[in-house]
Design a protein around this ligand. Structure first.
Ligand SMILES: Nc1ncnc2c1ncn2[C@@H]1O[C@H](COP(=O)(O)OP(=O)(O)O)[C@@H](O)[C@H]1O
Ligand SMILES: [Mg+2]
Length: 344
């Protein structure tokens, strides 16, 4: 199973009063429960705040929350943020084709063999052997028992069978797991503080398993799309350190490309961050005819757009050039007015 590492914008912190940095149940795999705290780098705008508020309300009411939307719009970042706000340890799982039910629930981890040799009476040798199966809880079990928040990123990349254990956890708040050594099943009650936050990209077509209807039915799905321009500008600025004015040009180019609809759902704010970071690092002139800026946009946007063609669209780079040119002219015209304190 792949373990998801904490998003870079969230720090793993210790709660010195009662909780250690990493909380692990005695019989659980190490590094399972992490205390997260909302990072200073998380950008909140009215659009994001609305989503966060709704997600927290559903979680407070006991419902599992599902952020669903295209790649790169900020689902994982939001999920981490909302999880951190719960102020409970978080257990992370990253959806994966190879994930098995035992990677969620746990499984037999070996045997303990003990042997008693009794030769107290010299003429009698008595031996007794005892073999015991050892069980190790895995992440879902840990979260259910300890009342942690389960953050299951891209859960539809896992096979439906692997996710089956989640059904009764979410509906009946019961976790079904094999009874040790008997081959039978046992149910354990889920801790009242247990919550689940999951993400998925319904548009992803490679390596994705259709959400089982039963599972989808138990989740409150918050459908997300690319955020508004203001949110994208603020996120790009926060992640790149480029000036607001330059970020506006970058975001407008990215949104311009998106509007063309060459790629099914992109490019996302992630592309804007890439371009802006490169511009900041290389001190590139944004939207002023600097050839390096055009090349970086070409590299990032042709690649993103080239992933999915519509009707075999052959000339992505021409389209990128057109969009850059259009927005560079706009930016140039707007700049003198901005300098006089007038917003474009
Ligand atoms: N609210 C936000 N605050 C700060 N950065 C964000 C925010 N939303 C998105 N990002 C940044 O945008 C990029 C894509 O976000 P991510 O959560 O990985 O998207 P997704 O999970 O939808 O693919 C990341 O670099 C992330 O840091
Ligand atoms: Mg993600």
């Amino acid at each position: 199973m792949k373990e998801l590492s904490p998003a870079p914008q969230l720090s793993q912190v210790s709660k010195p009063s009662q909780a250690p940095t990493q909380v692990t149940a005695p019989d659980a795999p190490a590094d399972c429960g992490l205390w997260l705290e909302a990072a200073a780098g998380f950008v909140s705008t009215p659009a994001i705040e609305q989503v966060v508020r709704r997600a927290r309300a559903y979680l407070d009411a006991g419902y599992p929350v599902h952020f669903s939307g295209p790649a790169g719009i900020g689902k994982t970042t939001l999920a981490f943020h909302v999880a951190a706000l719960r102020q409970r340890p978080v257990v992370l799982i990253h959806g994966d084709e190879s994930l098995k039910s035992s990677d969620l629930v746990g499984g037999e981890s070996g045997y303990r063999r003990s042997r008693v040799v009794d030769n107290y009476v010299h003429s009698v040798l008595k031996t007794e052997e005892n073999v015991q199966t050892l069980w190790a809880d895995n992440r879902l079990t840990l979260a259910c028992k300890q009342g942690y928040t389960l953050l299951y990123d891209e859960f539809t990349r896992s096979r439906a069978e692997a996710n089956n254990a989640l059904l009764s956890v979410l509906e009946e708040r019961l976790l079904t797991m094999p009874r040790q050594g008997t081959g039978e099943e046992a149910c354990i009650g889920v801790h009242p503080e247990f919550r689940a936050i999951v993400t998925s990209n319904p548009e992803e077509y490679a390596g994705v398993h259709r959400t089982q209807d039963a599972l989808a039915d138990r989740l409150v799905t918050i459908r997300l799309d690319h955020f508004d321009r203001e949110t994208e500008v603020v996120v790009t600025q926060a992640k790149s350190g480029l000036s607001r004015e330059d970020c506006e040009v970058v975001v407008d180019i990215v949104r311009g490309m998106r509007k063309l609809g060459i790629a099914r759902h992109g490019p996302s704010v992630r592309a804007a961050i890439m371009i802006a970071r490169m511009a900041a690092q290389e001190k590139v002139g944004v939207g002023v005819g600097d050839p390096l800026f055009d090349e970086v946009c070409q590299d990032v946007l042709s690649n993103v757009s080239g992933k999915v063609f519509r009707d075999g669209e052959p000339d992505v780079s021409h389209r990128v050039a057109e969009v850059i040119a259009a927005h560079s002219i706009k930016a140039t015209l707007a700049r003198p007015r901005r300098e006089q304190g007038t917003r474009a």
